[in-house]
Each structure stands twice: as structure tokens, then as C-alpha cells.
Design a protein around this ligand. Sequence first.
Ligand code: GLN
Length: 450
Amino acid sequence: MSFVMHPVNRPAEGVPPVSQPAPAPQPTSASAPDPTRAAGDVTSRWQAVAHATGLQRADGTVGQTIFAEMTVLANRTGAINLGQGYPDVDGPDAIRELAVDAIRAGHNQYAPGDGIPALRTAIADHQRRRYGLTVDPDSEVLVTTGATEAIAVTLLALAGPGDEVVTLEPFYDSHAASIAMTGATHVTVPLRVDPADPGRGFRLDRAALRAAVGPRTRLILVNSPHNPTGTVLDDGELSAIAQAAREHDAIVVTDEVYEHLVFDDARHVPIASLPGMADRTVTISSAGKTFSFTGWKVGWLHGPAHLVTAIRTVKQFVTYSSGPPFQHAIAHALTDDSVPQRLAATLATRRDLLCEGLERAGFGVSVPRGTYFVVADGAPLGHEDGAELCRRLPELAGVVGVPVSAFCGRASDGGPSATARDLASRVRFTFVKREPVLREAVERLGALSV
Ligand code: GLN
């Protein structure tokens, strides 16, 4: 398999690139001139990011991410924060101590740009042990500042104006932001609940996938286990994506940060392990979710050396490197799967607690097979607009969630996409909180049905 590499840094064409099939972003406010724009300048890239992520408000101001906004709302109102997905209990003390030891041992200056050798080796071993993937720690791995940086630099390195990047919809907000940064066009494939078989949860629309991937597709950005739906893509879905990528010579970028957090009989299969895919896949993961240290921002990517070389070229000028004490701690932690195994087991119990409570409260629930999140439907309770429900939820029930519409795109007329309309009444709640917190939350949510 040979690749024609596109030039890494394409010069911006005269016209402002707009990533979504939607009208060009407007200046944020008529009364407050944008200081980043020179007279006669074209639209700045940050506006494409704000537009792609729905952060430009009707009054002209610009918001922060939906997760930050919802955490601020929870803190202001004293509501239980089931919005932003972060654990309310840190990972194991023994792993924390490893980071402290590393600071004391003097690992406090720049780490190598690719990441410390011990962590790159631990990542390669983890991929071989769990998935049978052969990864060269020296030429095929980069340690990044969280998976978010890995996604951004991979997209910046590999896509540009004129390219199409396909994602699932709903999609994690940083995926849309990173696509907008590249100037590529964002094309989406919906995940849908089959009304005839709702128990299977949100599934890939394979016909839509075939229609979406074509000669302009540069990247297919996959996310499984999937935020926000909790879908774990099954073998048939992964094969369909792999086949589309091979047919159109597209690269797959896969965000697998919830790889350890799967429940019941679900199994996480990295798409890189499918036939012919290791050569065209960049696999991204991180320690944040696996070990409950989301603030440490230790992420990584691996893929074939020619793609890693392209990505390193960009990455070294973004963060260069970060967090050597945390890299040392995670290098040790990654050798032992028992910590994430225990986390997945307790999460399955907490998932059940929240899902049953949401059902009792009158929500429609799609039970997730992975991640920290459940998508609940407010429509049976008479709440057709999930965004409106989330704004009012602190006052109605003392709980905060995130509207699923925040994970959806825009139609060409600038209004909500078809998927956003389909999922308008859905709200994402996280269950990575202590059981007493979840019990209190479901009791409070019970107030919605009376
Ligand atoms: N991944 C977290 C979530 O989905 C949020 C991370 C962030 O706040 N950017 O809730």
C-alpha cells in the first residue's frame, strides 16, 4: 500500500476556508471590532472554530466549550454536575506517588519531543498485549498533551482546504474544532437508534457512510467507545469503515480514549487491527480516562512511521513536549490492566444506577456499552428541547447535564443538522461520579415526573 502524501502545510487560498457546509462565520459583534482582523482581512480561523462548535451566540458573544459552561452552571447553582465527564475520585494513590517520586528524582525539564522512551515502550507493549498490534516505540509512537492535542495535530498535519474529513454524528466537540482549524470540510455520518430495535442503542448508518466517503475524503475520524452515545462499534461497523477507507484511499484517525471502559459483553476492537488497516490508521488514546487522571493530560498516538513523521513535524511546534513526571507515572501504570479493569467494573454498576434512575424519572434511556456517558431522552417527560432542559435543569431538579445537540453539526442553511433535529430532546449525563452522588441525582431527577 502506498500513499501520496499531501503537502503538510498548504498555503491558505485567498478565500477564507469554512469547514462546515454552512454560511461563512460572521464577525462576532458589530459593536466590538475583532482585534485579530486587519482592515480588509479575511475571516480568521478562530471564527471557523467557534462556528463549527456552535460557540458563537446570537448576541454576538462567544462562549466556551459546553463542558466548561455546564461546570460553571453547576458551580453557580450548587447543582450536581453530571455534565462534564471527569471522575470525582482521583486515580490510585500508588500512581500519584509515582508522579511525586518522578518530580523528586528530578524529571522536571523538557521530556523528549516524542515522549520518554519508557512510556513509548509501555504504549507499544500495551497495544501488543491487548490487541496483538505490532508498534515500533521509536518511530511509530508520539506522546501528546492529552488525546485532544493528538487529534488536533494529526488533523493539522494530514488535512487541509479542499479535503473532506468524515466523522460520526453526534461527534465530540474538539473533533469539529480541529477540522475547522485545518480548513477542511466536515462531513458527518449519523449514529441512529433503530426504533424497531432500540435495545441495540445508537448504531452506524452504513448507507450514510457509503454516501459520505468518496474521492475527496482525506480522513475518517472514528471514535469508539463513542462520546456521547456510549456506542462501542461492533465488528460489522468497523469493517464497513475500514472498507470505505481502503476503497477511497483514506486515512483513519481513531479516538479510543475510552478503550478500557466497556461493559457487559462489549469488546473494544481497535480499527488498526483489521486487515490492511495498520498502514492507514492513526490510533489515539490517553491515560486520563483509563486511570482517572484527566488533568494530567498524558495522551498518545501511534501509526505507520510516515504518518507519525508528518504529525511530529506539526506537534513539535505546538507543545513540543509536556509533563515528564506524569509520563513516568503512566509508563509504570500502563503495564498493569487491573486498575482500568476495576474502574470498568464499578462504572458498570454506576451506569446501571443512573440508567435505572433516569428511567424511573421518566426519561427514555439508551443503555451505553462503554464510556462514562448515557444519553437520555427528555421527550417522554414533555421536554422536546434538550438545550432548554439543560439550562433549566439546575432549577427544576438541581442537576446538570449536556444537551446532545452540542455534539451535532449545522445544516447548509445554518440551522440544526438532521441529526441535531433527531436528537433535539436528548441530554447526556455522566456516571463517573460516586454512587451516593448518583443516588442523590436520580432522586432529584424524580422531581421532573411529578
Ligand atoms: N471529555 C470530557 C467530556 O466529554 C470533557 C473534556 C473537556 O471539558 N474538554 O465531558
